[in-house]
Design a protein around this ligand. Structure first.
Ligand SMILES: Nc1ncnc2c1ncn2[C@@H]1O[C@H](COP(=O)(O)OP(=O)(O)O)[C@@H](O)[C@H]1O
Ligand SMILES: [Mg+2]
Length: 244
């Protein structure tokens, strides 16, 4: 038997909906179950210079939540300095984002870890270049997808459109998370129920709004119901028979 890396692709209904928070929680849950984990941010837009190096907050958060160290060029193949749409930021920087480069980096990471969580940028159809978008990358990585729904006015349509785009590519929507980013949202429960009734995937958890960072982390981990994740993290799920 050999191990193959498994993992999840975390997408969201928008930017700023909680993808990074949920991705980090998934990594921490997997690491507590004993797996070697790596969080990948293939394309990051927005960087700050810290001690002579350009850093992106998402890439840093994912690295901190991982148990395996890996070079930046693999964990975050594209670091764009401007916090704008990736294909526009790339053009401004004079480069073209290549899915092949990201897929090669992913396979390198997959040799070093058991469990990889890949965080997209923005929503599912954010362009990478003139021909491809984030959803195409998800298709190349062939990872099951987790959809983070930022619970605010307008999220129902965004959630259903994303689920449709995932289904059209015949990708697996493993589950979705209702993240209450707007505590003043009215009829929150009706909104969750409206999505649940129309989306063909299990609700992995409901995350309440929590202002304090540390408490939020623990709350998210608890809300994600590790039981949902557990079947994907059993030795059987990660093992493939080596026929060579
Ligand atoms: N459940 C929550 N309660 C309170 N704040 C949250 C919650 N989820 C996310 N946030 C905050 O919202 C912002 C966006 O979250 P983030 O995970 O960075 O989103 P994304 O990765 O989708 O851009 C961050 O400041 C984060 O700490
Ligand atoms: Mg993020």
């Amino acid at each position: 038997m050999i191990w193959r890396a498994q993992g999840l692709f975390v997408t969201g209904t928008d930017t700023g909906v909680g993808k990074t928070e949920i991705a980090c929680a998934l990594l921490r849950i997997a690491s507590r179950m004993g797996w070697r984990t790596i969080g990948m941010k293939p394309v990051a837009a927005g960087a700050r210079r810290i001690r002579e190096r350009w850093r992106n907050a998402d890439a840093t958060a994912l690295a901190d939540a991982s148990t395996v160290r890996a070079p930046d060029r693999l964990r975050n193949p594209y670091l764009l300095r401007s916090p704008i749409a990736p294909h526009i930021a790339a053009r401004a920087a004079g480069i073209e984002l290549q899915i092949g480069t990201i897929v090669r980096a992913y396979h390198e990471l997959a040799r070093r870890a058991d469990w990889i969580v890949v965080e997209g940028a923005g929503g599912f159809c954010v362009p990478l270049n003139a021909h491809a978008h984030m959803g195409d990358l998800a298709a190349h990585l062939r990872l099951p997808i987790v959809l983070v729904v930022g619970m605010r006015l307008g999220c129902i349509s965004h959630a259903l459109l994303t689920a449709e785009a995932i289904a059209r590519r015949r990708l697996e929507l493993a589950g979705w998370v209702a993240n209450r980013i707007d505590p003043s949202m009215r009829y929150y429960r009706d909104n969750v129920a409206s999505i649940a009734a129309r989306i063909d995937a299990p609700l992995w958890g409901e995350v309440p709004f929590v202002a304090a960072r540390r408490v939020r982390r623990l709350t998210i981990e608890r809300a994600l119901k590790p039981a949902r994740l557990a079947p994907r993290l059993t030795p059987e799920a990660l093992a493939v028979t080596d026929r060579t």
